[in-house]
Design a protein around this ligand. Structure first.
Ligand code: ADP
Ligand code: MG
Length: 479
C-alpha cells in the first residue's frame, strides 16, 4: 500500500468510525478491509469475500460514498477486489467488482470453475452475476420435466400460488412474489409447482440460470465446501443463479451453519432482484428458524397448497391418465377421487397400482376391479367417509345432480337430498355442524339441526323413507 492511499484510507476510517453506532460494527466490517490503490479518484478496497462486498453495499454504501467524496472529492469512485481462496492456497485469485456507485473496470484473472460441477459454455446470455473475469458457466437446472404447468391442474386449492407462479415465470425476481414461499402437508404439489415455475421460466428465458435443489442437497454441498475449504466458491456459485428453488426448507431447522449461509445467499440474490422460491411442510411462522430468516421468508408471497376438492381430484386423475395414454371409465375415476382424499401422492399411487394390475392380468379397468384392488390401499389411507362422498351417494341414490345440493333451490327432491346429506354427515363424520352446513349449500348450523330433526321424524312415520335411508347407510358402510 503506498503512502498516499494509506493516508486517504485512514482519514476515511476515522470518519466512518465516528458515524457508526457501535465499535464492534467498525471492527467487523471495516478493519478487515485493505485499501490497495488510489488511481484517478478510483479507490480500490480489498475485501475478504464476495458476501462481505455485498454486505457493505447493502448497509454502508451511503456512508462510504459520503466519506469518499469528503476525502477524495466529488468524482470519487469505489471498487472492490475480492480474495477468493482456491485450492492453490499460496496463489489467491482476486477479482475486481465495481461498487454499484462506481464504474466498470478491467477484467481480472479468470476464476476457476465454481461450485459444484458446472459445464462450461462461452456463448449466450450474459449473466449479471458473472464476476468480471469469471467464465460463463451453464448450470444444469435439475428440473423434473414431468412437473410442468401443463400437468399441474388448477383448482381452488392452488389458484393463488399457481397464478403467482405464472407471473414469476414472466418476470422472475421483478414481481412482489419474491420470495415465493409454498407450504403444505406432504403430497399436495409443492415440488411439482416449484418445478413448474422453473420450467416455465426456462421456456420464457432460455438463457437464464434456474436451479432446483432440495434443502438436503444444499446442506450436503455446503458441508462439502466447508470440508474442502472452498466456502467462497460455494457462495460464488449460488450468487450466479437467477432463479433459486430450494425444496423442503424445513430441513434447515437446527442446522445453524447451513441456515446462515442460506441467509447470506438469500440477501445477495434478493438485493440483485433474483428470484427465490422456497417450499416447506409448514408456514414461515411455524418454521423454527432464526427470526431474521423467517422475516425474510415473509417478504414476498407465502401461501398454502390445500387438499384439492373432489372436482379437482377428478381433473387430476383425468390429466394423469391422459398423460399416460390410458382410458378409464368415469365411475372408476369417481371412485378413486371420492375415496382417496388424503393427498395426491396416495391418489397417484392408487392409480398406478390399478393400471399395473389391470395390464398384468389383462383385465379391463372396471369398478369391480378398482374396488377389489384399491380397497386395501383405500383402507390404509382413508380416515373417514367424507361429506362429499355422502352427498354423492345420496344424490346417486335419488338420481339428483350433486351440484344441486349447494344451490338455493327449495324443490322437494333437492331439499330431501340436502337434508339426508346433512343428517348422514353429522352421523358419520366428525365435522362440526357449521362445516356440514357450509358444505351443504352454505347453510348455518341451525339448518343442520333442523334437517336432522326432519329426517328422524320422516323415518319414524314413513317406512319407504326409512328403507331408503338404510340402503344409503349400507352403501356408505361398504367403505
Ligand atoms: P409435495 O412436494 O407437496 O409432497 P408433490 O409435488 O411431490 O407433493 O406431488 C405429489 C404428486 O401429486 C405428484 O405426482 C404430482 O405430480 C401430483 N400433483 C400435485 N399437485 C398436482 C396438480 N395440481 N395437478 C396434477 N398433479 C398434481
Ligand atoms: Mg416435495
Amino acid at each position: 500500500m503506498n503512502k498516499e492511499v494509506e493516508k486517504v484510507w485512514e482519514k476515511c476510517l476515522t470518519i466512518i468510525k465516528d458515524n457508526l453506532l457501535h465499535e464492534q460494527l467498525f471492527k467487523t466490517w471495516f478493519l478487515p478491509i485493505k485499501a490497495l490503490s488510489l488511481e484517478n479518484n478510483v479507490l480500490t478496497l480489498q475485501v475478504p469475500t464476495h458476501f462481505f462486498c455485498e454486505y457493505l453495499e447493502e448497509h454502508y454504501l451511503d456512508l462510504l460514498i459520503k466519506t469518499l467524496r469528503r476525502v477524495i472529492g466529488q468524482n470519487a469512485c469505489l471498487q472492490y477486489t475480492i480474495l477468493v481462496d482456491t485450492s492453490i492456497k499460496d496463489n489467491p485469485i482476486s477479482t475486481v467488482l465495481p461498487s454499484t456507485s462506481g464504474k466498470l473496470t478491467k477484467n481480472n484473472k479468470p476464476v476457476h470453475a465454481p461450485f459444484p460441477i458446472p459445464t462450461h459454455s462461452n456463448e449466450g446470455y450474459q449473466n449479471p452475476f458473472t464476476i468480471p473475469g469469471i467464465q460463463k458457466i451453464t448450470i444444469p437446472s435439475n428440473l423434473n420435466e414431468n412437473y410442468s404447468f401443463e400437468n399441474f391442474v388448477e383448482g381452488d386449492c392452488n389458484r393463488l400460488l399457481r397464478s403467482a407462479g405464472y407471473a414469476i415465470a414472466k418476470k422472475p425476481g421483478l414481481t412482489s412474489f419474491n420470495p415465493l414461499f409454498i407450504y403444505s402437508a406432504v403430497g399436495l404439489g409443492k415440488t411439482h409447482l416449484a418445478n413448474a415455475i422453473g420450467l416455465e421460466t426456462k421456456k420464457n428465458f432460455p438463457n437464464s440460470t434456474v436451479l432446483y435443489i432440495s434443502a438436503e442437497q444444499f446442506m450436503q454441498q455446503f458441508i462439502e465446501s466447508v470440508n474442502n475449504q472452498d466456502v467462497n466458491q460455494f457462495l460464488l456459485f449460488y450468487q450466479m443463479v437467477d432463479v433459486l428453488i430450494i425444496d423442503d426448507i424445513q430441513f434447515f431447522i437446527g442446522k445453524k451453519g447451513t441456515e446462515d449461509i442460506f441467509f447470506n445467499i438469500f440477501n445477495s440474490l434478493h438485493n440483485k432482484r433474483k428470484q427465490i422460491i422456497v417450499t416447506s411442510d409448514r408456514s414461515p411462522a411455524d418454521l423454527n428458524l432464526t427470526d431474521r430468516v423467517v422475516s425474510r421468508l415473509k417478504w414476498g408471497l407465502s401461501d398454502e397448497l390445500k387438499i384439492p376438492d373432489v372436482a379437482t381430484r377428478i381433473a387430476i386423475i383425468k390429466q394423469k391418465i391422459r398423460q399416460d395414454g390410458i382410458s378409464m371409465p368415469e365411475d372408476v375415476i369417481e371412485y378413486l377421487a371420492y375415496h382417496i382424499n388424503t393427498n395426491l401422492r396416495d391418489l397417484s399411487g392408487a392409480l398406478i397400482s390399478l393400471i399395473a394390475q389391470s395390464s398384468l392380468n389383462h383385465k379391463d379397468i372396471t369398478l369391480a376391479l378398482a374396488r377389489q384392488i384399491i380397497d386395501s390401499i383405500v383402507k390404509n389411507v382413508r380416515q373417514e367417509v367424507t361429506i362429499d362422498y355422502i352427498q354423492k351417494t345420496v344424490c346417486d341414490y335419488f338420481h339428483v345432480d350433486v351440484n344441486k345440493i349447494s344451490t338455493a333451490s327449495r324443490k322437494s327432491e333437492i331439499v330431501r337430498v340436502r337434508h339426508i346429506s346433512m343428517y348422514l354427515a353429522s352421523k358419520f363424520t366428525k365435522h362440526s355442524l357449521a362445516t356440514i352446513g357450509a358444505k351443504c349449500g352454505n347453510r348455518d348450523h341451525s339448518s343442520v339441526i333442523h334437517a336432522c330433526k326432519q329426517v328422524n321424524n320422516l323415518a319414524s312415520i314413513d317406512r319407504k323413507y326409512k328403507m331408503c335411508l338404510e340402503d344409503i347407510e349400507k352403501e356408505l358402510s361398504k367403505l
